[in-house]
Design a protein around this ligand. Structure first.
Ligand SMILES: [Zn+2]
Length: 465
């Protein structure tokens, strides 16, 4: 069948049809290979075993970057290198939280990233409880003087993870909002959907015009307890954080390419972030994402020839503390016009179940090929165009107009684990990781081995309206 196709494909009129058919053959070969090839899973298993957690700016992050460089070189990637940039290195240190009145109870706690420390003896104070972030915002200025503010808003579980966007505001903006009202510290219910006595960390961003107060998350059952106690009468908490920030420490982004055989300057960029929180091993967030991107590209690297365009795998540094996107955009804004499309995997290894293409691309031949390639893998093509491709490629899209793909993954249980000590290798299902690799390999191959111009498609769709 394929031999006959090769013969008839010598006829010029059939070249376009044949290249589509050849692409289809290649993507089904890639998908089949993804099921049996363990390179991607081994990447993740070894990353979490040999290196473990990879806090931005830490020695282990640097070790991970050097380790990843060696892996990519050995796998046959081109132009493998590190791009470094300075970030503040935040180290957690010792931390403790407890109820001291009306009775004593130790709480499972995690300081929020960037949190300032408490005084060495800690803070002991009465609490004021808010069942929603909005309730905190509604509190008058000065009303929290001498108190620890506690926000217990619950995160809603959803397959696409949309509850996170709502709940995370408390973590990101809560400390400054509490400080504005005079609080000594902020304690929040973990931004997570589990019911275990394990706290979820994550970054907070201080408003530079307000005092920085210590901020931490307690586990969800502990937040329930504090809420029940507060309904009965006054509650006093103890909070002690010993976090430390060191300015201007290098973080590392690792890059490996498959140079395009016809248009090496045109780039299909896929990636994830290599850094992780340090409580767990960074398996689902985002060891899985870098393993998926690199694993997909490795399958393409193993093909007899490189695709027409360059495939670039980027393992971003310092995503978790909020620096990756701006740093990459600043360093690459001049060449951003050559980035044909970008995509990022940063939602664990849950099965991909849908895809969204950039605006204007849905009726293109490319979309038809991709739809046909991913349907057998259990993935629908949505009619809506992509609206969020990932935190690390946001800058490229917003400032430079780089189009992006978005794959929807099953994140029903992702936020049970996210940013906790439970983020370990056993939480990743090898078969689900393989399905992700198959989908990304199909997309990456089709985009890199074609002449599809997503920007032109968006522009012509815009004028057609
Ligand atoms: Zn992440």
């Amino acid at each position: 069948m394929r031999f006959l196709r090769r013969l008839s494909c010598a006829l010029p009129a059939l070249v376009i049809l044949c290249s589509a058919a050849a692409n289809a053959d290649t993507v089904s070969d890639l998908a089949a290979k993804a099921k049996t090839d363990s390179w991607g899973y081994d990447f993740l298993a070894d990353l979490t075993t040999d290196i473990g957690a990879r806090m931005a700016g830490s020695k282990s992050e640097r070790d991970a970057a050097e380790w990843a460089v060696a892996r990519l070189k050995k796998a046959g990637f081109d132009e493998v290198h590190i791009e470094k940039f300075p970030v503040p290195y935040w180290a957690r240190g010792a931390e403790e939280a407890s109820i001291v009145a009306p009775r004593t109870q130790t709480l499972a706690v995690a300081a929020l990233g960037h949190s300032v420390p408490t005084p060495p003896a800690g803070i002991d104070a009465d609490i004021v409880i808010f069942k929603s972030f909005q309730a905190l915002l509604d509190a008058p200025e000065g009303s929290l003087k001498g108190k620890i503010a506690v926000v217990t808003q619950k995160m809603v579980r959803a397959q696409d993870g949309e509850g996170y966007g709502v709940a995370v505001r408390t973590r990101v903006a809560g400390p400054s909002e509490a400080a504005k009202r005079g609080a000594l510290a902020l304690v929040i219910r973990s931004i997570g959907t589990d019911n275990h006595r394990i706290a979820h960390t994550g970054v907070t961003l201080y408003n530079k015009d307000l005092p920085k107060i210590p901020a931490a998350a307690i586990s969800n059952p502990d937040a329930d307890l504090v809420e029940r106690m507060a309904a009965k009468g006054p509650v006093k908490l103890h909070l002690k954080l010993d976090s430390k920030t060191t300015e201007n420490v290098d973080t590392y982004t690792v890059v490996g390419e498959l140079k395009g055989r016809e248009h090496p300057e045109q780039v299909v960029l896929i990636g994830g972030h290599l850094d992780s929180w340090e409580l767990g091993a960074g398996a689902i967030d985002d060891g899985a994402g870098v393993a998926i991107a690199a694993g997909a590209a490795k399958l393409i690297a193993d093909l007899p020839q490189r695709p027409k365009r360059t495939v670039r795998v980027v393992m971003f540094g310092a995503e978790e503390i909020g620096y990756a996107s701006d740093a990459y955009e600043a360093a690459h804004s001049k060449e951003a016009g050559n980035i044909v499309i970008a995509g990022e995997s940063d939602f664990g290894a849950g099965r991909i179940y849908n895809a969204e293409l950039p605006a204007g691309s849905l009726n293109s031949p490319f979309a038809k090929q991709l739809t046909a390639a991913i349907l057998p893998l259990g993935v629908d093509m949505r009619r809506e165009s992509s609206s969020h491709g990932g935190a690390d490629i946001e800058g490229l899209h917003e400032k430079d107009g780089v189009p992006f793909i978005d794959f929807g993954q099953d994140g029903t249980h992702y936020f049970d684990i996210h940013h906790t000590a439970d983020d370990t290798l056993d939480k990743v299902d090898p078969a689900e990781l393989a399905q992700n690799i198959a989908v990304w390999a199909a997309f990456t191959w089709l985009a890199a081995n074609s002449d599809v111009d997503f920007r032109a498609q968006a522009a012509s769709a815009g004028t057609a309206k």
